[in-house]
Design a protein around this ligand. Structure first.
Ligand code: PAF
Length: 274
């Protein structure tokens, strides 16, 4: 018999009761970025659960819930090919049987900046559905892309602050050969906008190249790329600490940005050293 005297011991004992379950949460429209999450989960877990749910709670009234790409047949084929053991694809009524939930996770102050400032209520919606899916799957590990860096940071904070028994694994962003970060929303871009959208990854590269000269110089380098690409309108471009706190004078940092190209809003981020 195991006697657990600390929370950590209890958590460990619970885990040894069954084989390791990894979960990959998605909203479908799967691309190579999702495939890399599924492969990371497969490599580190005995069983893989994938969830597919376009969560209405995280879409604002003027956002793209109705038009969000839905590619069920392709998604099913990818899940099968990648060895997913259980695919959980609930309806909205199944996830929210009482209608939109009255009780939601409060993301705290970091949930109000960057994506949270542009998209009020977004992180309440994300964290609420992630918490529900963690409970439903009872996963030991959950895999999220660094592409949504603020989301990954907020999920780690929720796990820490609410004592959730799950490992959160961040998986590097997958990019097209020309640098464009993969996103289900890239399917909205015309051929011309697809070229304009390269401003984001080029701005990140320009900033990283001069990071050693400080955050101000890095921001100016990113700004110059956007100034030279009139079709890409930045929403925000910031340098922060790796945990989204204030940028340090020197050392590891993160640049995060959002920009509109036509009617499509894209986000990207990358590490840089100041
Ligand atoms: O990153 C996403 O696709 C979504 O925000 C998530 C984590 C599946 C929650 O709906």
């Amino acid at each position: 018999m195991i006697v657990a005297r600390t929370r950590a011991e209890l958590v460990q004992a619970r885990r040894e009761l069954e084989k390791k379950v990894g979960v990959v949460m998605t909203m479908g429209a799967l691309h190579a970025g999702h495939v890399s999450l599924l492969r990371a989960a497969r490599a580190e877990s005995d069983h893989v659960i994938m969830t597919l749910f376009v969560n209405p709670l995280q879409f604002g009234p003027n956002e793209d819930l109705a038009t969000y790409p839905r590619t069920w047949a392709e998604d099913l084929a990818i899940a099968e090919r990648e060895g997913v053991d259980v695919l959980f694809a609930p309806t909205e009524a199944e996830m929210y049987p009482g209608g939109p939930p009255a009780v939601r996770v409060n993301p705290g102050p970091v949930g109000e900046i960057l994506e949270g400032a542009s998209r009020p209520g977004f992180f309440h919606g994300v964290l609420t559905v992630v918490l529900k899916l963690l409970h439903l799957t009872r996963a030991d590990a959950s895999f999220f892309g660094e592409k949504d860096f603020q989301q990954l940071t907020m999920i780690r904070a929720m796990v820490r602050d609410l004592d959730l028994d799950v490992d959160i694994v961040g998986v590097p962003t997958v990019r097209e050969p020309d640098g464009l970060a993969l996103s289900s929303r890239n399917s909205y871009l015309s051929a011309e906008e697809r070229v304009t959208a390269l401003a984001l990854s080029r701005a990140l590269a320009a900033a990283a190249a001069v990071g050693g000269q400080g955050a101000g110089v890095a921001l100016a380098a990113a700004g110059a790329v956007f100034d030279g690409t009139p079709g890409a309108r930045p929403d925000y471009v910031v340098v922060t600490a790796p945990d989204l706190g204030p940028a340090p004078e020197h050392g590891p940092a993160r640049m995060l940005m959002a920009a509109r190209v036509g009617t499509t809003r894209l986000i990207d981020n990358a590490p840089l050293t100041l």
